[in-house]
Design a protein around this ligand. Structure first.
Ligand SMILES: *[C@@H]1O[C@H](CO)[C@@H](O)[C@H](O)[C@H]1NC(C)=O
Ligand SMILES: *[C@@H]1O[C@H](CO)[C@@H](O)[C@H](O)[C@H]1NC(C)=O
Ligand SMILES: *[C@@H]1O[C@H](CO)[C@@H](O)[C@H](O)[C@H]1NC(C)=O
Ligand SMILES: *[C@@H]1O[C@H](CO)[C@@H](O)[C@H](O)[C@H]1NC(C)=O
Ligand SMILES: *[C@@H]1O[C@H](CO)[C@@H](O)[C@H](O)[C@H]1NC(C)=O
Ligand SMILES: *[C@@H]1O[C@H](CO)[C@@H](O)[C@H](O)[C@H]1NC(C)=O
Length: 478
């Protein structure tokens, strides 16, 4: 979910640039020292306020739960390290955004990070209030189970505080609540490096993020073996769309006959190609300027490159201004809204170092895509449904179609549903009537999951019933 500060709109039309008289949620002297002057500070103020409303402002390092379990050393990937009920929900300010009855646990478990290094990861498990037949003790063994889905969230940020398990509404944007209200159990990874600070978060390294989604399902089944189905599926959006896409191509699911496949909503699997299709990248300067919403992610992409390629000095490819603001993003522990606000008053040209910085930065991004991306023509082991909107201003629909074409051409089972109008985050909840039943049918059917026989590809365009009457909020409206 992306909140592009509204002030952007007024600033571009020449209004409301004046510093507000309310206290800034950061030290303006510090911001100035990091090349963030008055217009930058206006964007940043809104971004930080949005971050603070989305993630609990108290740092995760103050909470014992996020510290690495002593059991970690002797553990194996998929092991459950910590399981704690989240009891004090009513102290959260946004409780009314969580369906009453939701039964929540925080988990810490073991995953695999870059270079197959064992890492701790955190997340949460959400269960519906009750099983339909939990009262029938008469016939032991006949109890039903909650169908299990592993959720892979969209971009939330890069530092440990930007963890969905540390968010007052558990980072719901009609992403996990449609599942919960349909009777699913949801396990939602934070991703390694968010929540747990053991490792840097390998942002948009889709294949690495997919390990976290896989082992979250293993850990959830270890936590609740009697009430979760063995069959499970995955759904993800944006960064998480790329990660569940990569999950279908991950060796980990090759022999997992219980994994029924993934739903990838507005997937970020081909980050380099996606930015170029957004009009961002070397020698694309003739077209219309790229959407500011897409530019905002470049702060996070820089983090992704530094994490994946520690030997490369990625900040040396940035302009002095953007390099300093990138340092500010880390100093202030910004999450998505704050970090993406830092490009609000800059053009493409102002982001990169002169003499080839842009080309070098983009060649690293291509390396990241090739090494860790999804939808690039690898063989998949499980079916995939891609859900995408033509109105998406962060992930252009052509990049999803490109991935679809590529995966289909190598014989993978892949289905794509394309809708009009909806922006990036709005697509998730608006299409739950498409993807919730897709998951439910496959998890609850009784025949064995086919690992080999491809059912081919299908591409479907869905029309809106009445676009003029549809509520279609833009991501920039918060
Ligand atoms: C992670 O947080 C703990 C406190 O919870 C702190 O002691 C440790 O230094 C932090 N590690 C890193 C790499 O920041
Ligand atoms: C209870 O909720 C508050 C947020 O209001 C949070 O700061 C605190 O860490 C929570 N305590 C526990 C034990 O989860
Ligand atoms: C992974 O291993 C390669 C080769 O040994 C090394 O160059 C790279 O820095 C490692 N990556 C990380 C994130 O540690
Ligand atoms: C999957 O099964 C094959 C054949 O039994 C085996 O060779 C392979 O190592 C297994 N792969 C994984 C990732 O477990
Ligand atoms: C990376 O490059 C920048 C700018 O050229 C420089 O200031 C910085 O010291 C370099 N960092 C490292 C670790 O070499
Ligand atoms: C995908 O394939 C279709 C059919 O061949 C083609 O019309 C479309 O342009 C392709 N899309 C992309 C993004 O390459």
């Amino acid at each position: 979910m992306l909140f592009v500060p509204l002030v952007l709109l007024t600033a571009l039309t020449g209004g409301a640039l004046a510093q507000s008289t309310t206290t800034l949620p950061f030290n303006p002297t510090v911001a100035s020292a990091y090349a963030c002057q008055s217009s930058c500070q206006s964007f940043l103020a809104d971004g930080v306020r949005a971050d603070d409303a989305t993630f609990s402002p108290s740092p995760v390092r103050n909470e014992a739960f996020y510290q690495t379990s002593k059991k970690f050393h002797k553990s194996r990937p998929g092991d459950l390290l910590k399981l704690e009920p989240i009891r004090n929900l009513s102290s959260y300010s946004f409780t009314n955004e969580i369906p009453a009855g939701t039964t929540l646990y925080a988990i810490q478990y073991v995953s695999l990070g870059l270079n197959d290094t064992k890492v701790p990861a955190t997340g949460f498990i959400a269960l519906p209030f009750a099983l339909a037949d939990s009262a029938s003790d008469s016939c032991p063994g006949s109890k039903s189970r909650f169908p299990l889905v592993s959720l892979s969230h969209g971009t939330s940020g890069f530092n440990p505080n930007c963890a969905p398990s540390h968010s007052p509404n558990f980072y719901d944007y009609f992403s996990w609540t449609p599942l919960l209200l349909s009777g699913f159990a949801v396990v939602a990874t934070d991703y390694a490096g968010l929540g747990s600070n053991y490792t840097r978060h390998p942002y948009i390294a889709a294949q690495i993020n997919s390990n976290d989604v896989y082992f979250a399902a293993r850990a959830a089944q270890a936590a609740f073996p009697d009430i979760l189905t063995e069959r499970w599926g995955a759904v993800g959006h944006s960064q998480g769309g790329g990660s569940v896409y990569a999950l279908t191509e991950n060796e980990l699911v090759k022999n997992d006959t219980n994994f029924i496949g993934s739903v990838a909503i507005a997937p970020v699997g081909r980050i380099h190609d996606q930015l170029r299709l957004s009009g961002i990248g070397p020698s694309l300067n003739s077209g219309p300027p790229p959407a500011q919403a897409a530019l905002g992610y470049l702060t996070l992409h820089t983090w992704a490159l530094e994490t994946a390629f520690p030997a490369v000095n990625v900040t040396s490819f940035l302009s002095d201004t953007f390099a300093r603001r990138y340092a500010l993003a880390q100093k202030l522990n910004l999450c998505l809204s704050g970090a993406s606000s830092l490009t609000g008053d800059l053009t493409m040209k102002e982001l990169f170092a002169p003499n080839g910085g842009e080309e070098k930065w983009f060649s690293q991004l291509k390396k990241l895509q090739d090494a860790y991306g999804a939808g690039l023509g690898r063989k998949a082991f499980s079916p995939l449904l891609i859900v995408q909107s033509e109105g998406d201003m962060a992930v252009p629909w052509k990049s999803a179609e490109l991935a679809y074409n590529t995966s289909c051409a190598v014989g993978n089972e892949v289905h794509m549903t394309l809708l009009p109008l909806l922006d990036h985050s709005a697509t998730v909840g608006a299409t739950s009537g498409v993807w919730v039943p897709w998951l439910k049918e496959r998890i609850l059917q009784s025949d064995t999951v086919s690992k080999s026989g491809s059912k081919g590809c299908s591409f479907e365009r869905i029309r809106a019933i009445d676009q003029s009457a549809a509520y279609a909020p833009l991501d920039s409206q918060g």
